[in-house]
Design a protein around this ligand. Structure first.
Ligand code: SF4
Ligand code: SF4
Length: 396
């Protein structure tokens, strides 16, 4: 499991959709000695195998992050950085930065791109950064946010690959690989293709991460997947979480749905993406939860990481979100007449509203009351059964 590490919430950009309210005027940065101590605790943790530096734009404190990455490498922790790429001002500067991180043992660097980043970091800089990352020996990876995630068809890609399982092209068959991936691309969301075009990135030079994973794991086409991934830009995309500034943005531009019509989905992320914020607070996910200091599950400046992780694994609120999801509680409270909004744009929006509307004690009481009304769901939870939506069922 990775620890998401918000070393800073300062940022060179101020994107309208930022979940964490990061920006140039934000002065929230973890003291360096505390950051080192947390890295050391992560290295002796029974659960943590890697650290992802994210939050705001961590590379504004480049020397410190370089030092932390070096320390992680020495201690055997894998590392990733999510960055907006502002630092790729010219090829020589970008090459120096990418090279230094490579030397420090950094595993992956993801560049965030989408229409909200574009006013702050130009497409030219993204191209310079991609070139520098590739030259330094990193995979070239971009992470995009799309606004209409309910239109994002993940499964068709994988289904398509499985359907083509018998006729996979060979590793050296460039024309065959190109044709194969072009077929798959017909089911990519139009919004994503439009975004790539805006950045001047040729979709034919990319591969969607889900496709690469499916090739590698499901079809055991390891060599083929590695060959494709190394020669192309790896694309990840996710729906806008609509929390932080994103909540205000989607209030204006989004298409909220009535709580009765929202999917009754459990949360895939809670307890799987533990996060530390610059003040040492510990959250069980890296989304809305980080914005509510009253709901943190621990304080890593004074507690041992594994003690907090043990607590998280047995936490009733985390357990509820993992097995039932925020919509279940929001609908229950709405039906009971609580003064909550009728409409939501995203599960993290629903969750954020719950976390800001009630104290932890109140939420625990409401969870108990929910289970009294839905005893069958408690029984299923006790048996480890999750009501997983069809779209996320494991692929056979
Ligand atoms: S989304 Fe990323 S780049 Fe934009 S303000 Fe937030 S942290 Fe900065
Ligand atoms: S739904 Fe809640 S617990 Fe799950 S990722 Fe979003 S904010 Fe975190």
């Amino acid at each position: 499991m990775n620890l998401a590490f918000f070393h800073t919430l300062g940022c060179t950009a101020e994107c309208d959709h930022c979940i964490t309210h990061a920006g140039p005027r934000v002065r929230r940065t973890m003291p360096f000695e505390e950051a080192r101590r947390i890295v050391q605790m992560a290295a002796r943790s029974r659960y943590i195998t890697g650290i992802i530096f994210t939050g705001g734009e961590n590379l504004i404190h480049r020397r410190q992050i370089l030092e932390l990455v070096r320390e992680c490498t020495e201690l055997g922790l894998k590392t990733e950085i999510i960055t907006n790429g502002y630092w790729a001002t010219r090829p020589s500067a970008a090459a120096e930065i990418a090279g230094a991180f490579r030397k420090a043992g950094l595993g992956r660097m993801h560049l965030s791109i989408d229409r909200y980043h574009l006013p702050y970091v130009s497409a030219e800089r993204i191209h310079v950064a991609l070139q520098a990352l590739g030259d330094a020996g990193f995979l070239r990876e971009i992470a995009c946010v799309v606004e209409h995630d309910h239109d994002v068809p993940i499964r068709p890609h994988v289904t398509e690959i499985l359907a083509h399982g018998g006729s996979l092209p060979a590793v050296g068959d460039e024309a065959g690989i190109r044709g194969f991936l072009e077929t798959l691309r017909t089911s990519w969301p139009r919004e994503l293709l439009g975004l790539l075009e805006r950045y001047g990135i040729d979709p034919a030079e990319t591969i969607f991460v889900e496709e690469a994973v499916a090739l590698r794991d499901r079809l055991r086409a390891v060599e083929l997947a590695d060959h494709i991934v190394q020669s192309r830009i790896l694309v990840q995309y996710q729906g806008m979480a609509t929390e932080g500034r994103g909540r205000i943005l989607l209030g204006k531009e989004g298409e909220p749905r009535h709580v009765d019509l929202l999917p009754d989905d459990p949360c895939e992320s809670v307890g799987r993406n533990p996060t530390v914020i610059p003040e040492g607070g510990f959250s069980p996910c890296c989304s809305s939860w980080v914005n509510f200091p009253g709901q943190i599950l621990g304080q890593l400046f004074s507690e041992e990481l594994d003690d907090v992780l043990d607590r998280m694994r047995n936490d009733p609120m985390v357990d509820f979100m993992y097995h039932q999801g925020p919509r279940a509680l929001a609908k229950y409270l709405h039906d009971c007449g609580h003064a909550l909004p009728d409409r939501y744009t995203h599960p993290c929006h629903t969750c954020g509203v719950l976390l800001e509307s009630y104290s932890r004690e109140e939420l625990m009481k409401h969870i108990e009351a929910f289970y009294l009304q839905h005893p069958e769901r408690r029984v299923l939870t006790a048996r480890g059964v999750r009501l997983v939506p069809e779209s996320t069922l494991p692929i056979p």
